[in-house]
Structures are given as structure tokens and as C-alpha cells.
Design a protein around this ligand. Structure first.
Ligand SMILES: Nc1ncnc2c1ncn2[C@@H]1O[C@H](COP(=O)(O)OP(=O)(O)OP(=O)(O)O)[C@@H](O)[C@H]1O
Ligand SMILES: [Mg+2]
Length: 249
């Protein structure tokens, strides 16, 4: 079982989207995947996977013994991925209790944990039970700075692997020197970039409906991210930049 936390420091950079889209692709590749919503109180994973109307139990119910972990899992609307919904109340959800629930999901190949923004208790809870981390950042300076802080903190946890996903990249702005390129973000943060996700209006539009269409600009980029994660490879591939560059010639 690979336990991968998706974290960022800064809020709103795309953690939940990465968990949903990466999880779906890993599930389509035949892996058994469970996505755990670690964002207690501000949960969104249930909405972006369109399972919110089908939630019966949540992670707190599992901790309190009201149900078994498998009873709380809900199947994603688009794939075989399962989702363990977050609770509204974090009182009983200590890092140890959270870790025990995660470990009880040992039948899965991948446990993807959607970390809350910030570096407080919720961050500690999500990170301490994981053994790999994906740090999501956008190319903005504030997001890169927060990612840098988080990467520093991750070094005190037991991570066997940490890698970067650069989200919301605009190739036109990178080409004009108005945005930092994904490769440079990786160099600044001293981490391998395993995913470069373009800015994609279809994500914003369709995510609220629970599924991003396969024709979306970001689709291929997510396929490449999933391939890197599944194979534990670190292949850098900025497809949008390449496509723009070829068109210009
Ligand atoms: N590549 C993208 N292109 C365009 N919009 C995106 C992209 N990725 C994510 N978004 C949008 O950005 C917003 C924030 O994404 P998301 O909820 O995944 O971030 P988050 O890091 O989980 O936020 P929080 O810290 O609040 O949990 C959403 O409206 C989502 O649709
Ligand atoms: Mg989120």
C-alpha cells in the first residue's frame, strides 16, 4: 500500500483536484485506489467526485466505531476509486486515530490523502500517516514560497519520496516571461516535477458537476502524472509548452 499525501501550504492551488484526477486515472489503470478527505471541516473531495449526496458515514464515524472503514467508503461517480469522506468535527480525529484508519485500508494499492491548506494540526494529521508526498504549487511566488516551507517541514517526517506538481501553468505567459516555467519551479524548490498541469477552464467549469471531460486540455497532463506515480518515475513533461512552441515554428 502506497500512502501519498497531496499537500501545498497555500490554499486553493489544486490539491483536491489533483487527488480526484490522479486517483481516477490510477483506478482506470487497474489499481485499487482510495482517496481520503483529510480536509476536516472544509471538505471538497465529496463535491468534486460528485458523491456528496451518497455519503452515509464519515471518517469520524469510523474512529468512533459507529461503522467499519469499508462501510464508510463511497465509490466515485466516474471510476472504481473509493472515497473516505471527511467529517465536520475534528475533536476525535487525532493524528494517531487518523493513521489507524489509513492503515486499515491496506487492501488498496494507493491511498491518496487530500491535505488541508496550512501547516497546522490538519497538516500534521495528514502528513504523519503518509510515506510519500506530492507537493502542489502554482507558478505564483506566494505559492512557491509556501511550498518551500512545506517541503522544509516534510523533511522531519518519514517520507520515502517527495515530488512536485506544478498546476495552472499558462504556456503563453511562460513564453513571454510573465510566468515562471515549471522546470524553473522545480529548480527553485529542489524537487523533481512529476506533473505539469495547464490552466484549464474546463476544470473550473465541469468540476462542479463532478467530472472533467476527457477532451479537456489538462487530460494528457494528468495521464502523464498518473504514469509517473504508478511507475515511480520522475519524467518531466510539459506538453502544453511543447505544443505551443511547435505551433509557432
Ligand atoms: N489546472 C487548473 N486550471 C484551472 N482551474 C483549476 C485547475 N486546477 C484547479 N483549478 C480550480 O482551482 C480551484 C481550487 O482547486 P482545489 O479545490 O483543487 O484546490 P485546493 O488546493 O484543494 O484548495 P483548498 O486549499 O481550499 O483545499 C477550483 O475551483 C478548481 O476548479
Ligand atoms: Mg482542497
Amino acid at each position: 500500500m502506497r500512502k501519498i499525501v497531496v499537500t501545498s501550504g497555500k490554499g486553493g492551488v489544486g490539491k483536491t483536484t489533483v487527488v480526484a484526477e490522479l486517483g481516477r486515472r490510477l483506478a482506470e489503470m487497474g489499481y485499487k485506489v482510495v482517496a481520503v478527505d483529510g480536509d476536516v471541516g472544509l471538505n471538497n473531495l465529496d463535491v468534486v467526485t460528485a458523491i456528496d449526496m451518497r455519503v452515509v458515514y464519515d471518517i469520524s464515524d469510523v474512529v468512533m466505531g459507529k461503522c467499519r472503514p469499508f462501510q464508510a467508503l463511497v465509490q466515485d461517480s466516474q471510476s472504481s476509486m473509493r472515497i473516505l469522506p471527511s467529517s465536520r468535527d475534528s475533536t476525535l480525529l487525532t493524528a494517531q486515530a487518523f493513521g489507524r484508519v489509513i492503515d486499515s485500508l491496506f487492501e488498496f494499492d494507493f491511498v491518496l490523502i487530500d491535505c488541508p491548506a496550512g501547516i497546522e494540526q490538519g497538516f500534521h494529521r495528514a502528513v504523519s500517516c503518509s510515506n510519500e508526498a506530492i507537493v502542489v504549487t502554482t507558478p505564483s511566488i506566494s505559492s512557491i514560497r509556501d511550498a518551500d516551507k512545506v517541503i522544509g517541514l516534510l523533511s522531519s517526517y518519514n517520507m520515502c519520496d517527495t515530488a512536485l506538481v506544478v498546476n495552472r501553468v499558462r504556456a503563453d505567459m511562460v513564453a513571454k516571461g510573465e510566468m515562471v516555467g515549471a522546470k524553473d519551479v522545480g529548480a527553485l524548490l529542489h524537487l523533481p516535477v512529476i506533473g505539469v498541469i495547464p490552466e484549464d477552464d474546463m476544470i473550473t467549469t465541469f468540476q462542479q458537476l463532478g467530472s472533467v471531460p476527457r477532451g479537456a486540455l489538462s487530460n494528457k497532463a494528468y495521464d502523464l502524472l498518473a504514469s509517473n506515480v504508478a511507475k515511480r518515475s520522475k519524467i518531466f513533461c510539459d506538453i502544453v509548452y511543447k505544443r505551443r512552441w511547435l505551433k509557432r515554428r
